[in-house]
Design a protein around this ligand. Structure first.
Ligand SMILES: C[S@@+](CC[C@H](N)C(=O)[O-])C[C@H]1O[C@@H](n2cnc3c(N)ncnc32)[C@H](O)[C@@H]1O
Length: 256
């Protein structure tokens, strides 16, 4: 995919815009394109934009749904926490989120106290995360959570394979983008369609699962739609079902 243009809406943020361009390989944009996608850096945040009915997409850890989950979330009893093994864990597991996306799952786990390394290969998703972690670090309500989140711009298949034994995490979390065949859920997430179209489907999930199993000291957790097929490969050892989501667990050792 050609480099996305980045349009600066807040002139005093030119240095930061240049940093984003240098880090993630975007190019300067001067006018809104007639079609396709572009990034906009405003006073508040970085957004992925497109023409038409889609709203802008951005990662957010301070306000909105993240705030709600932080203040009212289900704590260690919620399905994702149980899947990671938090409910009975005496020490908090270290987690690699191998498919960080917009960081929502990582943020929940970091809110619960885990140290989370977010690995993301898409430059667009990684830039949105970089911006959101920066904003969370500057807000007193979320600064300690942001300090537990480390962002890595890499393909997790190679990155996990390169980890030394001493750096292996307790848990690797995997939530790949599958082709969306569910019309209802597609309609419900209109804004996310822009994100999905820019990122594309993850067609190498089987290789990612293998790399995750090789790198996780204790377990791999795969997030899937409740009725979705498991990732091709070994069968999960445990399955945890939520209302719309399922977690397939590949357990190596019990979390102590
Ligand atoms: C469905 S989204 C994840 C959503 C995320 N769980 C959240 O809470 O926002 C999948 C993301 O994983 C990323 N991804 C898929 N395979 C990857 C890989 N091998 N290495 C790094 N990132 C990967 C994609 O670029 C995409 O951004």
């Amino acid at each position: 995919m050609p480099a996305l243009p980045l349009i600066l809406r807040a002139p005093e943020r030119r240095d930061y815009a240049q940093e984003l361009i240098d880090r993630f390989g975007f190019e300067w944009g001067s006018a809104v394109p007639e079609a396709g996608y572009w990034l906009e850096l405003g006073y508040e945040r970085l957004e992925l934009c497109t023409q038409g009915k889609h709203g802008a997409v951005y990662a957010e850890f301070v306000e909105g749904a993240a705030r709600h989950r932080r203040e009212q979330g289900g704590g260690r009893g919620q399905p994702v926490a149980r899947a990671i093994g938090l409910k009975s864990a005496k020490t908090l597991p270290t987690v690699v989120d191998a498919t960080a996306g917009l960081g929502r799952d990582s943020f929940v786990l970091a809110s619960l106290g885990c140290r989370v390394t977010l690995v993301e290969r898409s430059p667009v998703a990684c830039a949105l995360l970089f911006d959101a972690i920066g904003r969370a670090a500057r807000d007193t309500a979320t600064a300690d959570i942001a300090a537990r989140m480390t962002l890595v711009h890499a393909d997790a298949i190679a990155w996990l394979a390169s980890l030394a034994d001493a750096d292996k995490p307790d848990v690797v979390f995997v939530d790949p983008m599958f082709p969306d065949t569910d019309k209802k859920s597609a309609a419900a997430k209109k804004d996310m369609q822009a994100f999905q179209q820019v990122i594309g489907d993850d067609l190498d999930s089987a290789a990612l699962l293998q790399a995750a199993i090789g790198a996780a000291d204790k377990r791999v957790v795969v997030k899937r739609p409740r009725l979705g097929a498991p990732i091709e490969g070994p069968r999960p050892s445990v399955v945890i079902e939520g209302k719309s989501t399922r977690f397939d667990l590949y357990v190596r050792k019990a979390l102590s």
